[in-house]
Design a protein around this ligand. Sequence first.
Ligand code: ADP
Ligand code: MG
Length: 364
Amino acid sequence: MKIVLQNLTKTFPSRNKKGETVVAVSDLDFEIPDGKLIGLLGPSGCGKSTTLYMICGLQKPTSGKIFFGDSDVTGLEPEHRGVGLVFQNYALYPHLTVRQNILFPLQNLKGPDKLSKEEMLSRATEAARLVQIDELMERKPSELSGGQQQRVAIARALVKAPRVLLLDEPLSNLDARLRLQTREEIKRIQRETGVTTVFVTHDQEEAMSISDMIVVMKEGVVQQIGEPQRVYDDPENLFVAKFLGTPPINVFDASVTGGFLCVGGDRLFEMPGEADREVVVGIRPEGFVPAGDGVIGGKLVNIEVMGRDCSVVFSNPACQKPTVRAIVDSDVRIAAGADAPVRFNLKKNKVFVFDRTTERRIMF
Ligand code: ADP
Ligand code: MG
């Protein structure tokens, strides 16, 4: 089921000042393709949950429209939208078994949707099998691990064969290992069912790893939409460049001077035809190539060896943080003590230039 968000805005009355409003989501206008997994990504408070709740109908937009396929569902009650919803805190019924929890949404179906007992049981078993908890059907939620509880919640959301699956930070309560495992499971389940899925997270790595497409949001406004790798490789503004990637991009105060991109006293690249001005430069950690006569450098702080590659941590006064982190092949030997000068050449496709005021990307 394709989902279309059309000029979607949601405001709330301000909690602090009477009469004032908080804009939670502003003018969302994009399409979620049928059968894809979309990662809705951004820092806490940027409007992700509000967007999700408008898609499922728990919240009404202040203005704008929502379409499922060609039909306008903006005024439709949640129970008539055919959406499955999974929250961060599984929200299972503690006194019911796994089987009863999964059956629950089916038992409430009325009229023509009503199912026979056999059909309900067979649907529940199928959903349980899909999320691989079919051996745990007689247990109570308290007898399950966090990961298993979240699987039950996903099975419960899938049992009605929803047109759309909505997941709000579904992995946040799991420990690191389970988080990794469960996110792969979600990807598998989504592939197997082909259900259009919106996955909300503040964790860029999580969103990047499982999404067909990511939507990066900041303060209620969409910043960029695209395939994860594409957005990483081609950020449209400084916020997106900084939000994606671990370790994060290194950001420097820089300038265009006489047709060159300059950081401190170093000339990085030619920028022919660009007027002189103050800019900001972002360099991905993997963009540095050690070279004695390289275009940029600093004073070595330390080298962290991490097996396959190593981090060269150095200081550069133009960097907006105390240290710069370069990730280089661990075969490269940088034999130097603390405070020794280190220099690097740059991979041009890993260097982004932004306007200092608007923070928009300047192509060169
Ligand atoms: P996210 O899920 O990205 O963390 P939310 O969608 O929950 O963000 O919230 C977006 C903004 O809207 C926040 O500033 C939040 O405080 C505000 N907000 C969300 N729900 C309400 C509400 N029911 N009443 C007032 N403000 C709200
Ligand atoms: Mg939220």
